[in-house]
Structures are given as C-alpha cells and as structure tokens.
Design a protein around this ligand. Structure first.
Ligand SMILES: Nc1ncnc2c1ncn2[C@@H]1O[C@H](COP(=O)(O)OP(=O)(O)OP(=O)(O)O)[C@@H](O)[C@H]1O
Ligand SMILES: [Mg+2]
Length: 270
C-alpha cells in the first residue's frame, strides 16, 4: 500500500512537501522491554494542507510528531522538514531548525501565567532575539480572533482562547509546519471548535501547514486528510474526511460502539 496521499490537488493547495518521513522507525528500550513505536512509516505532509493523525492509544501518533519535529531521535529511516534531513543534525542546528521552521502545540496550553496574550505569542521570538514580522503578526492576531484580548493574562481567558493563543504563538514565527498533539483534548466541544476553526483558517487564509493528532472524528473532519496509524504503521489515508467517514473507519478498526459525533466541520449532521 502506498502511504503517500496522491489525490489530485485542489485549487489553492500546492504539491510541495513541507515534511516527509521515509521508512521512519522508532524503537524504545532494549531486549524484553523493547517497543517498536514506529515501524517503517512513510508519509508526506504537503504545504498548505491540514492533516489529522488518528489511531488507538499507543499506536505511535505522538512518537511520529516528536520524531518529525526533532524532539526525539529516530532509530531508522529518515525525517525531513522541507529540504532538511533531521538525522545527523548537530544539536545547535536542530535547535535552530525547531525554532525557525517548526511550531508545536501541546494538549496543555503551556502559556506563561505572568505574561499577557500578546507577550505569550511573541515570547519564542523575543527569546531568540528576533523581531516579529509586524504585518504577519497582525494577520495572525486577526485570524486568531483575540484582538480585544491581547492584554489579558491566561487566567483571564477561556480554555479555547488560551489554546488559540498557543496556536498563534506557534504561528508567529511563520514556521514551515505546525505539529499539534491533541490540541483540543482538554477543551469542551465549543472551545475545541474555536481552536479547530482557527487552525482551519490558518491553513486556508495564511497557507500554513498543520499536522494534528486527535481522537475525535469531528475534529478530524476539519482536516483535508486523515492518516490512520495502528501498531506503529500507517493503515489508511483518507482525503476530504467527514466525521461520519472517520467514525465508520474507526469502528471498522475496533469493532467498538459508536459515539455521538454531532456536527462535522462541513456542517453535516451525523
Ligand atoms: N519514552 C518512551 N519510552 C518507552 N516507550 C515509549 C516512550 N514513548 C512512547 N513509548 C511507547 O511507544 C508506543 C507509542 O506511543 P505514543 O505515545 O506515540 O502513542 P500515541 O498513539 O500517541 O498514544 P495516545 O493516543 O495514548 O497518546 C507506546 O507503546 C508507548 O508505550
Ligand atoms: Mg499521544
């Protein structure tokens, strides 16, 4: 099976590859405690595309994101961001690459409580001693929909607003790709929808590339494509997902009972 999505690009999408894994393997531990978290995974993430990664707990989703983002070493194969091969990069170069080309959003928002929203958004660039591109920052702030809340501290914002600040922080340096590991995992469905809408807009309006891990078929329906992992391998690759299609695919894997997915991003009921 080919694991590279080769659907015909629709208007506005490009075919350039933002990140690529080739036979990517990750093994944790040794001997009896050895775990093959990723087993020869090959996948492309195209520029200006929103990809969701799904799969059962322990299937390797976070490991894939961490290896692709240079946050964890790889055991075999290769991981590339743009034209840059991660293996063999010295620490300093890797740190630079992470800072300049990669944004990461975690399940916990990881905002600094003493800084206001705007200060949190620009913090990584301030630390790196770089001036944000003002026009870009204004667009990000406009897209994030927090223009009236920029002086608020995290404790004065809702969970959804805090996570949107975290996504804006990842976007501020205009990275080549954003990896988000269950960014809506701690949010109620309304706040989750806010964050997903913003991620969706950042792809559509700002041309960002986003890869997001989720367990939720409704969240996955915001993406252009869903890649399914099981036991460290890619087992399916679904273009233009709806919540129904994703749920049906998940049930076929697990044989479990359906949840109630509600509305998907394309406004369809399920
Ligand atoms: N640091 C580590 N040391 C040893 N084993 C690990 C480590 N990190 C992950 N694993 C193992 O690798 C496998 C994949 O883990 P991973 O965290 O990528 O799963 P996941 O798909 O993100 O799961 P979840 O949906 O629960 O977050 C699991 O079997 C896990 O126990
Ligand atoms: Mg995980």
């Amino acid at each position: 099976m080919t694991t590279t999505h080769s659907g015909v690009p629709t208007a506005g999408r490009t075919t350039a590859v933002a990140a690529r894994a080739t036979d990517l393997t990750k093994v944790y531990g040794q001997g009896e405690t050895q775990v093959v978290a990723l087993d020869s995974v090959s996948v492309d993430f195209r520029q200006a595309q929103f990809t969701a990664i799904m799969g059962p707990s322990g299937s390797g989703k976070s490991t894939l994101m961490h290896c692709m983002a240079g946050l964890d070493s790889i055991s075999g194969g290769s991981a590339r961001i743009g034209d840059v091969e991660l293996t063999g990069l010295k620490d300093k170069k890797l740190t630079q690459l992470r800072r300049d080309k990669i944004g990461f959003v975690f399940q916990a928002f990881n905002l600094l409580p003493t800084l206001n929203a705007l200060e949190n958004i620009t913090l990584p660039m301030d630390i790196a001693g770089r001036k944000p591109d003002r026009a870009w920052l204004d667009r990000v702030v406009e897209t994030v929909g927090l223009a009236g809340r920029l002086k608020h501290r995290p404790s004065q914002l809702s969970g959804g607003q805090q996570q949107r600040v975290a996504v804006a922080r990842a976007l501020a340096s205009r990275p080549e790709i954003i990896f988000a590991d269950e960014p809506t995992g701690n949010l109620d469905s309304r706040s989750g929808a806010e964050v997903l809408g913003f991620l969706r807009n950042s792809v559509r309006e700002l041309g960002q590339t986003v890869v997001m891990v989720t367990h939720d078929p409704v969240a996955a329906s915001y993406a252009d494509r869903v890649v399914f992992l099981a036991d460290g391998r890619i087992v399916d690759d679904m273009p233009d997902p709806t919540a129904d299609m994703v749920l049906e695919r998940m049930l076929r894997f697990s044989g479990g009972a359906p949840q109630t997915p509600g509305f998907d991003a394309k406004g369809r009921t399920s």
